[in-house]
Design a protein. Structure first.
Length: 279
């Protein structure tokens, strides 16, 4: 979180971030005031940094630092190499995906997730959308929520999405998916939805971005660095699917009996289509 946000922070908060990254062990034993002095800033700047990171306070920041220091696996994201063996690629891709999933789980705010769950549960219609690889995530979300009797859309054509949002009403939810958070089309659709007073949810990598600024509810995945062959982008797609799965399972759990009923009915319908029978 600190590494990703460092370049976007005000000068005083940037100083604190630099000190923490260089001295993590010392930081967890300091008070906010002491950290302010060590970083040539102030205790108030430390508290502002915690707010910038969407943390509840300095104690939570120290707990997260301590948690990171306990991790034994320091292996970072690794790219493939020319003529690499399939066995080595399996190991690298598995490492990259596993690391992204763990980081994404740590970045999910329970408060924001609960708000998203409530919005989805109460939604009249849910409109998922994204551009490029993110549109695949939107289609996966649509398939999941349709199976539990939620009216969901996932158009790839942005003109169709704009048309849907233009006719949307309060009680609908618009979910914009963009790993970078910089996708202009996604930002514009969310802006259009906000003008109509429709609840907006973003799913992006961690950090402030054009897309997150236009979302009422912000869900994050790990801000993986993309190596040359974009294995980082592969991992980020898996992380996005993981967050959608978490959101779906949370909604399903809170309306368990109804969910089981709908899943059974949809399963029976699919089985009917697969049966060998003449029309």
């Amino acid at each position: 979180m600190l590494s990703e946000m460092q370049s976007k922070l005000p000068p005083s908060e940037k100083k604190i971030t630099e000190y923490i990254l260089e001295n993590p062990h010392e930081t967890i034993s300091l008070t906010a005031s002491e950290l302010g002095k060590r970083s040539s800033t102030s205790g108030a700047a430390v508290i502002r940094l915690c707010k910038s990171l969407d943390l509840k306070g300095f104690q939570e920041l120290k707990l997260r630092i301590a948690g990171d220091l306990q991790k034994k696996d320091k292996q970072g994201f690794r790219d493939i190499e020319p003529n690499e063996s399939p066995l080595s690629i399996i190991e690298k891709m598995t490492n990259n995906s596993t690391k992204t999933l763990h980081e994404s789980a740590e970045l999910l705010s329970i408060d924001e997730l609960n708000r998203a769950i409530k919005a989805i549960k109460e939604a009249r219609n849910i409109h998922f959308f994204g551009v490029g690889a993110s549109s695949i995530i939107a289609q996966d979300a649509q398939q999941k929520f349709l199976r539990i009797d939620k009216t969901a859309t996932a158009f790839q054509d942005m003109h169709m999405v704009a048309t849907l949002v233009a006719n949307a009403q309060k009680g609908d939810v618009v979910v914009g998916i963009s790993f970078s958070g910089k996708t202009l089309e996604v930002a514009k659709i969310l802006k259009l939805a906000k003008k109509k007073g429709i609840t907006t949810i973003s799913l992006t990598k961690y950090g402030t971005s054009l897309v997150t600024e236009l979302a009422d509810i912000k869900l994050y995945t790990s801000a993986t660095r993309e190596p040359t062959f974009r294995s980082g982008a592969t991992s980020s797609r898996i992380a996005q699917l993981h967050v959608i799965d978490i959101l779906f399972m949370c909604v399903a759990s809170q309306q368990y009996e109804e969910t089981v009923k709908h899943l059974d009915e949809t399963r029976e319908s699919i089985d009917f289509l697969r049966e060998n029978m003449s029309l």
